[in-house]
Design a protein around this ligand. Structure first.
Ligand SMILES: Cc1cc2nc3c(=O)[nH]c(=O)nc-3n(C[C@H](O)[C@H](O)[C@H](O)COP(=O)(O)O)c2cc1C
Length: 178
């Protein structure tokens, strides 16, 4: 299976990147091909809502790193969204990528698997409710099947998450993908 991991944190050695790394290692150990796209270190402009894509066969007018992500998105069997919680939602870095799905709406509405891995500083689970509701709406609209989530609460810093069981859970989630 081809798995695309899209991360949304600017911290290369942050909490959510650790989950992305462990999940990817688990998936690779299970024989899957993992492709990584780090949104924060890529050049992704916000959708301009110009609708150029509507009259140009899904081609976006903006020639940024979405050009490279496009084929991986279309070909992936599974897509893992990895993000720190920013004001009760996903990071803007990740949201920019998702908004650019607009050009590919119809092409992306095919059976795929989806996963959500998120980290946050707070220790109460409700703080990630809006993020999860957004993810569920995205899966429903795109007809993707949710295949697992890890919401790492109390993970404000790298040392918080390193001393938790979330990294092991992320690796197991990657290994579990059949
Ligand atoms: C702009 C910003 C907004 C944040 N908003 C929240 C929040 O709403 N709830 C929360 O629990 N933590 C919040 N945090 C803390 C981060 O989610 C937390 O530190 C996370 O581990 C950072 O992930 P990273 O190391 O992968 O970048 C916020 C951090 C930043 C920088």
């Amino acid at each position: 299976m081809k798995i695309l991991v899209i991360t949304g944190s600017p911290h290369r050695r942050g909490t959510s990147m650790l989950l992305a790394d462990e999940f990817s290692a688990g998936a690779e150990a299970a024989g899957h091909k993992v492709i990584r796209f780090d949104a924060a270190s890529s050049r992704i402009e916000p959708c301009r809502a110009c609708d150029y894509c509507r009259s140009h066969d899904t081609e976006c007018i903006q020639k940024d790193d979405m050009v490279y992500l496009r084929d991986d998105l279309l070909e992936a069997d599974a897509i893992a969204f990895v993000t720190p919680l920013y004001y009760f939602g996903m990071s803007a870095q990740l949201k920019r990528v998702i908004d650019r799905f607009y050009a590919l709406n119809d092409a992306l509405r095919t059976p795929k698997r989806a996963l959500l891995l998120a980290t946050c500083g707070d220790t109460e689970t409700w703080v990630a409710d809006a993020l999860q509701a957004h993810y569920e709406a995205l899966c429903r609209y795109l007809r993707w099947q949710d295949c697992g989530r890890i919401i790492a609460i109390g993970a404000y810093t790298r040392s918080d998450i390193e001393t938790s069981d979330y990294p092991v859970r992320a690796r197991r989630l990657g290994e579990s993908l059949a």
